[in-house]
Design a protein around this ligand. Sequence first.
Ligand code: AHG
Ligand code: MN
Ligand code: MN
Length: 283
Amino acid sequence: MQTIFQTIKEIAIEIDHAIKTEDLGYSDSSNSSGEDQLKLDVKSDFLIEKAFASVDIVKNLVSEEKEGVLELHENGKYTVCYDPLDGSSLADVNLSVGSIFGIYEGELKGENLVASAYVVYGPRIELMIATKEGKPLHYRAQEGLFNFIGEVTLNEKGKLNAPGGTQKNWCDYHKTFVDDLFAEGYRLRYSGGMVPDLHQILLKGGGIFSYPGTSDVPNGKLRQLFEVIPFAFMYEQAGGQAVNNKGVRLMELVPSHPHDTSPCFFGSNYEIEKLKEAYGVTA
Ligand code: AHG
Ligand code: MN
Ligand code: MN
């Protein structure tokens, strides 16, 4: 597993360089979710595939930017599911973007995730790694090397609210839930990139990030294997919770297709319990 983390560190430096130096425009292709791909999406995907091609313990790769499963090493143990460049449409306005990695052993479902990691490309490059052994580990790059900053723990209750999705398509009880948080004094923190938005909540002690199902996208926008499950694991390891609109742990998701999405809510315990009440799904 350490080989995979080392490879992610090397990938992070290369993708950061591409973001800082390459064309920010669109390619002439679209991905499996029907989204136009930026040249940086394609380049980041290529860099990740190239890096893992020499890591024998990686059996398969599943990318947000590719349709199916790419077989790498027949005798490998893990499947790495990844979003090469999350929030890529924010690169041309110079906001932070990220890469997300879910490492699975066996069938691709939440309970088989064994570790996750994400990289934030911002003013600095940061990396967070979560394993079953303990709290997420926070690193920051300096001159190409990642220095360990510390373990991350969420408070029981936070102050930040990051409500995703198109507001006019929210259902009434979701709108009431979000409004109630603001009425309690929560502050809006939403950049439109789930990596920096979830990273901020983790590092500033807590709050909630939501991307609900809406009338236009009933299953939400965020993809289970590459986005939802890796962050659900990160939040649970930090002492928080991550659930869907039924109050079910996102770690219990079983996608029927690699690109399946799910409504998702990640936060500290107080906010997630409040969400379950608002959605009428308290146990
Ligand atoms: P991607 O760039 O990989 O397609 O994903 C972007 C995601 C996520 O980062 C963010 O939270 C969400 O899309 C924002 O969606 P809206 O455009 O609906 O706000
Ligand atoms: Mn994404
Ligand atoms: Mn992406």
